[in-house]
Design a protein around this ligand. Structure first.
Ligand SMILES: [Zn+2]
Length: 462
């Protein structure tokens, strides 16, 4: 039985599907006006794990993720700047080229840490009609008002607006918005834009579409509601995102969707905690946004980063340091080294499989699941039985162990020859020469271990 913490009820609940065996999952995707960094990757690996856990529970997962490729207007640090349009102006590229460039970087980044693609990837710019349709519904139901600059959602018409965050409406983090332009006709600072007209400040906004109310472009929040409901129905099983989305973005998604359909929008809200870097929150000013290409350039395996993410619970902060990544790399290399010599998978170890399942089904307790995996590895079962169970575990962990399991490293004949020469030198007491040869062999990527049965070579692991 799968149990997950639900942000909406603030409780760990038994996970039940609306329409078994199909589990509908919506995850907020990237905003493609900047590079994907390791903080984002923690959230996407978290979503990937959730999806794999659902699949391991024999649910058929229908997973939708959006790509925000419309320049939008609010952020904590750069209030008042439309980053995509600004980025395009500065680099001499079109907004479409900027979006494409960063979308490509996103896919490359998530693929290197072995994240599976969602069943449906929905771009905001391909779904303008659906967004307009949703705004029309909200208009018909009496939840909007229109100013010269924008169409707003009227919070006063939607009771229990802050039910997801549990905040009070006076709370500064929801009351104060980083609006680009002061709109004097806006009725409450908490109201949020569904559509911006390309007038005044936005007169030369490149991305624009016609609408029944006038030309312009959608606000950010409306795309997720429109696309989630379009592909997954009015009520979906699980919606995820980073914890920074709770008080505004997801709160607004609930307001829009429920005001339009009159039904509950999401049964389970799952939120991932932040990644800290050297104990600090990631931020532009601290320049601690590491990208996956920066991680691999330092010689790390991208899956070491994935391993590191597995060692913390998704609702706990995780502190990234190069030392913690090195420790994860060592653990992963050690794991690979061990399983290379294992026999063909057979039978399996039921108790370890049960313990693993119990861990992942206990609010996705991956650190515990990883500990169960190591208990299995250190156990006295035959390697063939351990191999079978490990591959089952790896369907969730995603460390690509199948590629390595039972495949000892081939030792090239040149290396074999050097090993023989070293053995001769060692036996004749020429330790200077044998040491020199050992170093040479190491340079070629192999370590020598002197066992009673003779020297053994194994690949150097980084
Ligand atoms: Zn979203």
């Amino acid at each position: 039985m799968l149990r997950i913490y639900n942000t909406l009820t603030r409780k760990i609940e038994e996970f039940k599907l609306i329409n078994p065996p199909i589990a509908t999952l919506y995850t907020c995707g990237p905003t493609v006006y900047d590079y994907t960094h390791i903080g984002h990757l923690r959230t996407y690996v978290g979503n990937d794990i959730l999806r794999r856990v659902l699949e391991t529970n024999d649910f058929e997962v229908k997973h939708v993720m959006n790509i925000t490729d419309v320049g939008h207007l609010t952020s904590d640090e750069d209030a008042g700047e439309d980053k995509m349009e600004e980025g395009a102006r500065q680099s001499g590229r079109t907004v479409w080229e900027v979006a494409k460039f960063f979308e490509d970087h996103f896919w490359k980044s998530v693929e290197t840490v072995n994240i599976e693609r969602p069943s449906i990837v929905a771009k905001a710019t391909d779904h303008i009609e659906e967004q307009i349709k949703l705004i029309k519904k909200l208009e018909k139901n009496g939840f909007i008002y229109i100013t010269d600059q924008a169409i707003y959602f009227d919070i006063s018409k939607f009771p229990n607006y802050t039910k997801l965050s549990g905040q009070s409406l006076d709370d500064k983090s929801i009351g104060v918005r980083t609006d680009v332009v002061i709109d004097k006709q806006k009725r409450s600072p908490v109201d949020f834009a569904l559509w911006f007209f390309t007038v005044g400040h936005f007169a030369d906004h490149v991305m624009k579409w016609s609408s029944p109310w006038g030309g312009g472009f959608p606000g950010w929040h409306i795309e997720c509601s429109a696309m989630a409901m379009e592909y997954l129905g009015d009520t979906i099983d699980i919606h995820t995102g980073g914890i920074d989305h709770i008080s505004v973005h997801h709160t607004n998604e609930i307001a829009q969707s429920e005001a339009a359909s009159g039904k509950q929008f999401v049964r389970f809200w799952v939120h991932h905690e932040f990644l800290l870097v050297n104990g600090e929150k990631m931020s532009k000013s601290k320049k601690n946004f590491y990208r996956i290409d920066e991680v691999t350039a330092k010689g790390f395996d991208p899956l070491a980063l994935r391993y590191l993410f597995l060692t913390a619970h998704y609702r706990d902060k995780l502190n990234f340091t190069w030392e913690s990544l090195q420790a994860a790399q060592n653990a992963l290399s050690n794991l690979r080294q061990i399983v290379r010599d294992w026999e063909e998978p057979k039978i399996g170890c039921a108790q370890f499989e049960q313990d693993f399942m119990a861990s992942i089904n206990n609010d996705l307790n991956l650190p515990q699941a990883v500990a169960v995996m190591w208990d299995l590895i250190k156990s006295d079962y035959p390697t063939s039985a351990k191999a079978k169970t490990l591959l089952i575990m790896d369907k969730v962990l995603g460390l690509n162990l199948e590629e390595i399991l039972g495949k000892p490293v081939e030792i090239p004949s040149r290396v074999k020859k050097l090993i023989e020469q070293r053995e001769t030198a060692r036996k004749s007491g020429d330790f200077k020469k044998s040491d020199k040869l050992r170093k040479e062999i190491k340079k070629m990527g192999f370590l020598i271990e002197d066992a009673p049965s003779g020297p053994k070579a194994r690949a150097v692991v980084n």
